[in-house]
Design a protein around this ligand. Structure first.
Ligand code: GMT
Length: 376
């Protein structure tokens, strides 16, 4: 049986937008009809798929309203599309506002419209601490037919913080293994002025405070004293100026390359030897999977869902938050031992193929959908 699925996410917000879009694309490849109901075209939806439709949520700016009513416009669009296209379900990413909007749409359309909500972290780890929103968050979760979260750690955190009267199931994130794999992009090293014998360390994020990018710089300072290397910083965000200043203060300007936002990060991972993700909050760390799929071992903090992705000493290393000396020491031994590096690199790719296999994860979502629409 083929399903008609509405998908709502923040189309331009990092990992959650990526997962929602990639899931839609893979479900469409399996023959389902996908309707994205979002404020703009999801940024990974970059080619024509005959069974993927995009419905833009438009918010009119009436001078009488101080705030444009995005949430209501979204709920209304969800209801309109669900009714016209006879959707079986809405799969929304983020409880607030998307699950609440979906519930409103369901009230308008009827009980047959099912709601699947996926929690990605920021909704819980930020909004969950705002007492004015906790009850709404709980409501959105409880009114969904099925709720999933991207790691066991996020399930536990949601249960602790929100105490919803609803079971939350873990469905891990995934990447498209056909796109994320090691490519021959060695020419990029030369183009960036990196010597072939220099090691490349990479960090990719949206430079929010929680990503602790200054820790990446501090660890790199220690690493480059022992191992000839360059650091690639990919992404942009509020902390960028702080990071630039720190790089200058530490005299690392020649060794740190600020690449800004990049589309084909797999090309950059293909010239990288190590990835650092030293966040203080991270429900999963999708960028780890992207790197690991390209055979790049990672060092991460033992925070949130990161230990569910990095197995210490097997496909990378885990360090305590803020312990940049430990990060550097692990990095130096890994980068100085080619045999160990090859082993970790193979293990990293295998972890993605085995534990986070995209067809396996998409099947898990599909199974849930069939269950709630009554087709076991
Ligand atoms: O990390 C961010 O700032 C973006 C955020 C998002 O909403 O896209 O990422 C969250 O969802 C990703 C996809 O599930 C996870 O891989 C990230 O770990 C998670 N971020 C946080 O928990 C801080």
């Amino acid at each position: 049986m083929k399903l008609k699925i509405g998908i709502t996410c923040y189309p331009s917000v990092g990992g959650s937008g990526v997962i929602a879009t990639e899931l839609g694309k893979l479900l469409a490849e399996k023959g389902h009809e996908i309707h994205f109901i979002t404020s703009s075209l999801p940024f990974r939806l970059n080619k024509v798929y005959c069974n993927i439709y995009y419905h833009e949520v438009e918010v009119n700016h009436y001078s009488v309203f101080k705030y444009p009513p995005y949430d209501l416009a979204l709920a209304s669009k969800m209801a309109e599309v669900a009714k016209r296209e006879k959707l079986d379900l809405l799969h929304v990413h983020y409880a607030i506002p998307h699950a609440v909007c979906a519930y409103l749409a369901k009230q308008m359309v009827g009980e047959d419209l099912k709601i699947v909500t996926t929690l990605h972290g920021t909704d819980i780890t930020v909004l969950g601490y705002d007492p004015s929103l906790t009850n709404l968050l709980k409501f959105g979760i409880e009114k969904s037919d099925v709720v999933t979260a991207v790691s066991n750690s996020l399930v536990a955190q949601t249960n602790d913080l929100i105490e919803p009267n609803k079971e939350i199931e873990t469905i891990y994130n995934f990447i498209d293994e056909r796109i994320y794999c090691k490519k021959n992009t060695l020419h990029l090293k030369e183009e960036y002025g990196i010597k072939q014998e220099e090691k490349v360390i990479i960090h990719v994020s949206n430079f929010r405070q929680v990503k602790r990018v200054p820790d990446v710089i501090k660890a790199f300072q220690l690493i480059q004293e022992k191992v000839p290397s360059k650091l690639l910083l990919v992404g942009d965000g509020p902390e960028l100026t702080v990071v630039c200043r720190l790089v200058e203060q530490l005299g690392l300007t020649d060794k740190v390359l600020f690449l800004g936002k990049q589309e084909s990060v797999e090309d950059l991972y293909s010239i990288s030897d190590l990835k650092l993700l030293l966040s203080e909050k991270e429900s999963f760390g999708l960028v780890l999977l992207e790197a690991m799929a390209c055979g790049v071992p990672c060092i991460g903090t033992s925070i949130g869902g990161i230990p569910e992705v990095i197995s210490n000493n097997e496909n990378g290393y885990l360090c305590e938050l803020g312990d940049t000396t430990a990060v550097a020491s692990k990095a130096i031994s890994l980068l100085s031992d080619p045999k160990l590096h090859t082993l970790m690199s193979t293990n990293a790719r295998n972890t993605v193929i085995e534990k986070f296999n995209s067809s396996k994860i998409v099947n898990e979502y599909e199974k849930l959908y069939f269950k709630i629409v009554g087709q076991n």
